[in-house]
Design a protein around this ligand. Structure first.
Ligand code: DAT
Ligand code: MG
Length: 140
């Protein structure tokens, strides 16, 4: 069990003005932000990040969406971070997400679903390292 996970506030939620409310919900649930930036992924960068989904029918749609506008990327720290954050964001499809979860509150649909959360400790490390240099991850 690791104490870190990686998240992105996706272009739909950024465009809709939900950055502040989502960060408030994340920190209110006990997660500490140890790295954070606003950035925009290129098609190539989004494609590389989601390479694991290359064979899925929605891959191109996902890459186009994730590169369509700015995102907020962050590394979060909390005991049992990966599992607890997946609970906080809710199911991939907001129609199936538990009430009060970030996706239930802010996601538009299964493709434009407001936030990313790592699905394993291993992927949390890979994804955090994909977006942040070690010197931009803080202990405080
Ligand atoms: P999650 O983001 O909950 O880990 P995932 O890893 O299965 O979900 O898929 C990654 C992203 O791909 C997801 O957040 C949104 C998109 N996606 C997943 N299933 C989809 C579908 N059936 N149609 C369109 N986009 C989809
Ligand atoms: Mg996933």
């Amino acid at each position: 069990m690791s104490n870190r996970t990686f998240t992105m506030i996706k272009p739909d939620a950024v465009k809709a003005g939900h950055i502040g409310k989502i960060l408030e919900q994340i920190t209110g649930a006990g997660f500490k932000i140890v790295a954070m930036k606003m950035t925009q992924l290129s098609g190539a960068t989004a494609g590389a990040f989601y390479a694991v989904h290359k064979a899925r029918p929605f891959y191109q749609e996902l890459v186009d969406f994730m590169s369509s506008g700015p995102i907020v990327a962050a590394i979060l720290e909390k005991e049992n971070a990966v599992e607890d954050f997946r609970k906080l964001i809710g199911a991939t499809n907001p129609a199936e997400a538990a009430p009060g979860t970030i996706r239930a509150l802010y996601a538009k649909n299964v493709g434009e679903n407001a936030v990313h959360g790592s699905d394993s400790d291993e992927n949390a490390t890979i994804e955090g390292n994909f977006h942040f240099a070690g010197c931009d991850v803080f202990t405080y």
